[in-house]
Design a protein around this ligand. Structure first.
Ligand SMILES: [Zn+2]
Length: 789
């Protein structure tokens, strides 16, 4: 007896000693988490998680990749110690359950009993949504130190993969900016730069194209290794309506998402809402604001798991915000912020709102989700397997009875075709090859719905706010048809003979001497040659000769010197344009307002690009008094005159999408935007792929086919009688994929103008030709514009 007591006593002492050694967040950061006017530095977040891992056997921490600016991406794995000792086994269970072709129902049944529910929680991908990194820090500490029954249930039944930030560069960008403005009248403003180097706020729109290092690392090291049953992505929304959004989602749901997952998201979300209400937190909105359409935000829902989102109301970064009752924003979608309703049961009608409030709501949501995952562990594993069975049993596509998607080996653009296949393969799609050498994507594979969603044309439903009323705005864009974006021909058929390809079969080819203008690889090859000091030739068809000598019909071309306008209004399209330049090897110089206004631009540049931005933002920038003076103002008349002088002297000005209206105004181009100020009831194209025809006589079209699909999003469409129209919408059948209201407004109108000014060129794109690193087909229109000189 005495001996037993001594053992217990020493065990208690050891336990107490271990817990005592776990550092509190306050001891590490020097202030309580969520204190007013305190934000976190990424290096201290990283060192805190490693300190937790050194002091507790319930948490492990590992770096799984690097950010765009080379900061460590880390994930904490939190579970009961005995679970952490067998992680390999639980990963193997996930691998087996994720592929019902290799796991019989009887084997699966045993795994439902043995396995753990895998929950991946990702924080602060949008870096100005600062709270969730704080919540991750504090919640991790609480989960491993607070001995309560709910936490014990969570630790025993789940494996939590906690990513304290998907965007560590942004954590530091926002924290640095916030500190530099503390105590000034600009405290709480957003920084005048993108909070992700290339993608800015679009970094959560990257999750089927995988262009950014954070996306690639997270998909390849966490999603595709652990196959989580739940991915919870933690966000913040505007400050003036609900305190937190939780699923159920609004319609529409992407039709390839399994119904079981949609039902489970409804159930888990409603349960989280109940727990927040039970904890005394008002202002919870469900079935509001956020739909479930674009797969860029929902990777896991196409890979067998739930995708949960919460959006908390924001403060002014870490500065408290007081919302007066008359400031409540009534434009919310799906509920009335001043009225009690089934999906907004306790309206929040104003008051003080702080970082600490956001953290309190988020930690309750974390706990609720995890507890639900723990108590429903076995059912959720069973449903995960069921979803996989639905995928491998898929025998027909919507378009007929074909069970395979075939991509002919003979494509106009082999480079874009290869990149499209690499992109699908990165998303765990199995790609085969048939006896003819064509590529085949069979529908009987675990992620057939994902492949199908990305390969077919979207038919977004015609949703109006009320009959005869304006369209209900989609949360993001409405089209994601990769064959249209990449300019690849595909067909749907049923010929079940093929062999599996490996990543090596899809590897980039070795460089060649001559490239067709239609080949996406051509521009990278040209830029690589230029970088090495080698000459490059082009012929009338636009083909490139990278080595060798003059032959008849080839002329030597020079590498373009490119200026890229960079607004202080942190323009995401500018970031994507930089990404594109770097991927394809174009050298460029960013030009701020003062650089443009300094003039003498023709001596330095051949082409100057204005990314998609409102004309007023280019002209005026941040109004004086809203930001520190060095970040206010736009190009003004001085800048406009400098670019007119540039064009007169033979330079090429390229205006993308909305920026084209700036070019039209400043250069007196004789073109009228047919959809300017047209109400949304009459014309609406919220991120869709539209059919257009090119005038192949224009050098901008080198390498492109006559019929193309272009990216339309707040895009002008012109009528013009005098200017050179390079792309036109057809007279009918304009929509290629997505959603379009009021086709007749743009039928027959112009989507690309090649105008002249002095000795120079003005290229006006009524589209986004370099849309989010995706539109490979129209990249070539943009690149041709850069090579006009
Ligand atoms: Zn967000």
């Amino acid at each position: 007896m005495a001996l037993a007591r001594a053992v217990v006593l020493s065990w208690l002492l050891a336990t107490a000693a271990a817990f005592a050694a776990v550092p509190t967040p306050e001891s590490h950061f020097g202030h309580p988490i969520g204190a007013d006017r305190q934000l976190l530095d990424w290096d201290k977040v990283v060192s805190y998680f490693y300190a937790l891992a050194r002091s507790s056997d319930k948490i492990r921490v590992a770096e799984y990749g690097r950010s765009a600016e080379n900061r460590p991406l880390i994930a904490a794995t939190i579970a009961a110690p005995e679970t952490l000792r067998k992680l390999d086994r639980y990963r193997e269970i996930q691998r087996r359950l994720a592929d019902p072709r290799i796991t019989s129902p009887a084997e699966a049944e045993a795994m439902f009993k043995e396995g753990k529910n895998i929950v991946l929680m990702t924080c602060s991908i949008h870096a100005s949504e600062v709270a969730s990194t704080h919540s991750a820090v504090e919640f991790a500490y609480r989960l491993i130190t607070e001995n309560n029954p709910r936490f014990q249930t969570i630790l025993d039944n789940t494996i939590l993969l906690l990513v304290p930030s998907l965007n560590p560069d942004g954590v530091d960008i926002v924290t640095r900016w916030y500190r530099s403005t503390l105590g000034t009248k600009f405290e709480g403003t957003n920084p005048p730069e993108l909070y992700h180097k290339y993608a800015g706020h679009d970094n959560n729109r990257d999750w089927y194209i995988f262009s950014q290092p954070e996306t690639r690392a997270t998909i390849s090291q966490l999603h595709n290794v652990w196959h989580p049953e739940i991915v919870y992505d933690v966000h913040q929304q505007g400050a003036y309506a609900s305190r937190m959004f939780i699923p159920p989602w609004l319609d529409p749901a992407e039709p390839n998402v399994d119904p079981i997952l949609l039902q489970e998201m409804n159930a888990v979300g409603a349960s989280m809402a109940a727990d927040l209400t039970a904890a005394g937190k008002p202002g919870i909105a469900i079935h509001a604001a956020y739909d479930f359409w674009s797969p860029s935000r929902h990777y896991q829902a196409f890979h067998g798991g739930l995708r949960i989102l919460t959006e908390s109301a924001s403060a002014l970064l870490a500065t408290p915000l007081t919302v007066a009752p008359d400031q409540i924003d009534e434009s919310a979608l799906g509920y009335k912020p001043r009225e009690k309703s089934w999906n907004y049961i306790e309206p929040w009608l104003g008051g003080v709102w702080k970082l600490r409030d956001i953290i309190d709501y988020q930690e309750l949501a974390f706990e609720s989700l995890l507890h639900n995952a723990a108590v429903n562990r076995e059912d959720m594993l069973r449903n995960f397997y069921r979803v996989g069975r639905h995928q491998i049993e898929r025998t027909s596509l919507n378009s007929g009875t074909a069970a395979e998607i075939v991509i002919s080996k003979n494509q106009r653009d082999p480079g874009a075709t290869r990149r499209m296949l690499q992109t699908l393969a990165f998303g765990a799609v199995e790609i085969m090859q048939n006896g003819d050498g064509d590529y085949v994507i069979p529908m009987r594979q675990p992620y057939s719905g994902y492949a199908k969603a990305l390969m077919e044309r979207q038919q977004y439903p015609n949703l109006l706010l009320y009959p005869g009323g304006p369209p209900q705005r989609p949360y993001d864009v409405t089209a994601h048809t990769l064959p249209l974006l990449f300019g690849v021909d595909v067909r749907f058929e049923d010929r079940p003979e093929y062999e599996r390809l490996t990543p090596a079969d899809l590897a980039d080819p070795t460089p060649r001497a001559v490239y067709k203008a239609s080949d996406t690889d051509a521009w990278k090859a040209a830029n690589t040659a230029w970088s090495a000091g080698k000459p490059v030739w082009r012929n009338a068809a636009g083909d490139f000769a990278i080595v060798g000598q003059y032959a008849l019909g080839w002329r030597s071309i020079k590498r373009p010197r490119i200026g890229l306008y960079k607004s202080w209004m942190a323009d995401i399209d500018e970031g994507w344009t930089r990404w594109l330049f770097e991927q394809f090897g174009f050298a460029y110089t960013n030009l701020h307002n003062a650089d443009v206004q300094a003039g003498n631009l023709r001596a330095r540049f051949d082409s100057i690009v204005f990314p998609d931005e409102q004309p007023n933002a280019i002209e005026n920038g941040h109004p004086s008094g809203t930001m520190p003076p060095e970040f206010t103002g736009g190009l003004g008349e001085k800048g406009a005159e400098a670019i007119r002088e540039f064009a007169r002297a033979g330079g090429t000005l390229v205006f993308l999408n909305r920026a084209s209206e700036y070019g039209i105004e400043k250069f007196g181009v004789k073109a009228k935007n047919a959809v300017a100020n047209v109400p949304a009831q009459e014309f609406y194209s919220p991120g869709s792929l539209l059919n257009a025809r090119l005038d192949l006589r224009d050098p901008l079209t080198r390498g492109l086919p006559e019929a193309v699909a272009i990216w339309s999003e707040s895009s002008p469409a012109w009528s013009t009688e005098t200017e050179e129209a390079v792309a036109k919408y057809p007279d009918s059948g304009v929509l290629a994929s997505g959603w379009l209201l009021g086709e007749k407004r743009i039928a027959g109108k112009v989507a690309l103008i090649h105008a002249r000014y002095g000795a120079g060129n003005l290229i006006l794109f009524g589209m986004r030709p370099q849309y989010r690193a995706q539109s490979y087909l129209t990249f070539k229109l943009f690149f041709n514009a850069l090579l006009l000189n």
